[in-house]
Write a protein that binds this ligand. Sequence first.
Ligand code: F6P
Length: 494
Amino acid sequence: MHIAFINPQGNFDPQDRYWTEHPDFGGQLVYVKEVSLALGRMGHQVDILTRRIVDPEWPGFEETLDAYPGEKNVRIVRLPCGGDRFLRKEELWPYLGSEWVPNILKFYAEEKGIPEAATAHYGDGALSGALLKREMNIPYTMTGHSLGAQKMDKLGVTRDNLAAIDARFHFARRIVAERVGMNHASRIITSTTQERMEQYGHPAYRGAVDTRDDERFTVVPPGVNLRIFSPDLGADDVKVQRRIKAAMIRDIAQVRRQLPLVIASSRLDAKKNHVGLVRAFIHNQDLRARANLAIVVRGLQDPLHRYDALSVGEKAIMDEITELMAAHNLWGKIVAFPLDSQAELAAAYRYLAQRRSVFALTALYEPFGLAPLEAMSCGLPAVVTKNGGPSESMWEGAQEFGVLVDPADPDDVARGLLRVIKSERVWNYFHRAGMERVLSRYTWERTAEGYLRVIESLLAGKGHTGDLEIPAYFFQPDQDISLSDLEALYFEAV
Ligand code: F6P
């Protein structure tokens, strides 16, 4: 089958340049690349349709056609959209209908062959999917990755600050584009059922999609990169083991160095609730007696003692942790060290699995929760927040694959950790069940199979037709648009 991945936000290249260096080089790129490669390896022809960038400050995206080494079935197809220079994804809206989609149509007209189906990513991909469906009559799936209405909620948009925020984020175009994209999508793909209900159920999308309609949605979870997160030793293992051992000698009291570790590896962000995890140690003497806590801080050699280089928000978290350590006699029980790549993270998980340790993610809310699955894939049992995606990945029917805890309740967090740390039998169970769970459900091959099943069913069926009109301003880049539509959709609906 010939499948197009619609991802206007450029940024695909064989060297994965700039990943994580800019907000537009994040998880969505990994997702689209991995699903494309998995489909390509299954023998399908995949085109990643994206933006061409010719910018000396962002080299690597100049050629129209490109490919990943050894992946003969996957093409990166870069087509002009809004000039040569690198543009933030928020700046692309005016050029999708006026330039990028016409360029795609021209590209396939010259090739004399069009894809049989498309998958569209983010609101900009979904709007383009709707436009392409209209012209080429091919079905498309929409994967939102992140929806604008929730971002508006998080930014605390009010009628007073709307104009200022819109000047930077262009929600007036984004929300309407998302509505059009989801309304015309042949199927919407979400990572979890909660994403379907909560994100697409936002009042700003009322009238565009009905979250109760099973015909419109399919859950296809993303996958763990097994080339990195596996129990098999990798090139970084010896180096990472040495680093952890040295940090233990520096930070952990000698008599405690044989104890297992509870490792928190998420970025320092209040939502991730590192402090809640520290409080679990404060609340529970048994936990303190049986384990040490390990905190990963990217880029810092000695994070407990020298963290000036962190951002203001990160520093505040480290201040709180170190104050709690002083107040509750936790020095010598907590170690902190850097892990600066996914390969190093995986190496640490493997080493800690040898030490019969536990992975902890006590975030207040976790939309999907790939990190615990990555740890489980390396053999480390996971104790994870019950709020969000993990409630779907850690349990199925009566079977448990990781321990769910209430992140707001330090006693419950301690209980969950102790359950695994205290019992060899329980640790062994989660060690095995976790690895099996990832292999059976959360690999990119499974994700690609999920997409394929959806696409095959779309091609076999009569397909869904949307009814929302596509506003003319998506075809006219210079047109100013008023904020009144957004106000009506967002404030009046909310
Ligand atoms: O890859 C970047 C990403 O992780 C994508 O999921 C999405 O494009 C973006 O970050 C988040 O989008 P936003 O903050 O605009 O909602």
